[in-house]
Design a protein around this ligand. Structure first.
Ligand code: UD1
Length: 355
């Protein structure tokens, strides 16, 4: 038996094609959801869209401080591993649950496969950066999405024979679901037909957990709403912080609950540009050829800047407005062709794990 783990929205998207490969090939896979994301619109709707099976085990950890969340998953996952004695665990990405499960497994001498290894923002203040570095140090099979990740791992003395350049599982999901995304009715549903609009997502602690930073970003959104329609599916963390800091959004912003996978990507595909502090959305926009303006000082995904449509602009309002005007004045970009972002990544991972 092996155990595969999901925890949050981006994990579901990355793991879905891998879970499918395991199922097709009749691998005895015990599927665990830690419950770090638990709302219908952060979790259940993704299971439906991505046709993920019902988890064999749901930990229901929900929220908490980093220590609480991380510790609770370690304790629960260790118990599960002691009971099931898996031959391998598969984790993805950089969230707290990823590191927790890897930590529990390594001390029981269970091999760890890490999907999306080696990405580095070089910003140790990002919780995800800590999770990435530590998970990679204790993993046995490190699956990377882009070449920069190989270099990062080698610089951290990870032996080369543990590193596999396989491509991007998130893009596997996108390619597999392309038709359903094209056919999705979200543009009509949200009254965006014939309109120039941008999509906004914000949830990084550095942007939303500090009142001043969040206020500045909200002022920016108000300014942008004078240029084009701003569609803002709001992350629960950001919603909570807006309310805590008593910051009000103008009615000119189209504020939505978090969208399903298909609805979100339909709107992104039809948008003029995307403003985001997410990691994965930088990759999806690159694949789709939609201009992405990343509201961070760095990116752990440099290929999206080099060969794609991503501009990492920080959070200075003037710079962002200049960039938006550049984007609005430029020609429509083309989908980037990045090595192994081809819909076959989960297949490559399967071959490496089980051949
Ligand atoms: C987490 C990941 C981040 C990832 C993001 C994707 C960590 C450290 N962070 O950040 O890397 O990019 O997910 O969204 O693991 N909440 C709800 N409902 C939910 C989920 C969360 O209300 O379904 C609330 C939580 O209670 C918490 C807040 O949102 O108060 C943040 O959730 P949390 O899991 O701590 O981190 P994210 O900001 O979502």
């Amino acid at each position: 038996m092996i155990i595969s783990v999901v925890a949050t929205r981006p994990n579901f998207i990355k793991m879905a094609p891998v879970i499918e490969q395991l199922k097709i090939n009749k691998i005895n896979n015990f599927f665990v959801h830690t419950g770090q994301h638990y709302d219908d619109n952060m979790s259940d709707y993704f299971f439906e869209d991505l046709m993920l099976p019902t988890p064999d085990h749901f930990m229901n950890i929900k929220s908490g401080s980093h220590a609480e969340q991380t510790a609770e998953v370690i304790v629960k996952f260790e118990k599960l591993c002691l009971k099931l004695k898996p031959k391998l665990i598969i984790v993805a990405g950089d969230v707290n649950s990823t590191l927790s499960c890897a930590l529990a497994a390594v001390k029981l001498n269970i091999p760890i496969a890490h999907i999306e290894s080696g990405l580095r923002s070089f910003d140790p203040k990002m919780p995800e950066e800590v999770n990435r570095i530590l998970t990679d140090q204790i993993s046995d099979l490190l699956f990377v999405t882009e070449k920069s990740a190989i270099k990062n791992l080698e610089n951290e003395n990870v032996p080369s024979d543990k590193i596999y350049f396989v491509g991007n599982c998130m893009i596997d999901s996108l390619i597999k679901n392309k038709l359903k995304i094209i056919e999705n009715l979200a543009v009509k549903k949200y009254n965006l037909e014939q309109k120039d609009f941008c999509m906004v997502t914000l949830h990084r602690p550095s942007n939303v957990d500090n009142r001043n930073n969040l206020l500045k970003l909200v002022e920016l959104l108000h300014q942008i709403s004078k240029i084009c329609e701003v569609v803002f599916p709001i992350h629960p963390r950001t919603k909570k912080m807006l309310s805590r800091f008593q910051i009000n959004l103008s009615k000119d912003i189209k504020l939505l609950d978090p969208l399903s996978y298909f609805e979100f990507l339909k709107l992104v595909s039809n948008s003029k540009f995307v403003l985001t502090d997410s990691g994965g959305i930088q990759e999806e926009t690159t694949y789709l050829g939609i201009q992405c303006i990343t509201l961070r000082k760095n990116t752990e995904r440099p290929i999206t800047v080099q060969e794609g449509t991503n501009k990492v602009v920080g959070t200075d309002k003037e710079n962002i407005i200049i960039e938006i005007n550049n984007v609005l004045g430029s020609k429509i970009s083309k989908e980037a062709k990045i090595k192994y972002w081809d819909g076959e990544t989960s297949n490559r991972i399967f071959q490496i794990l089980f051949d």
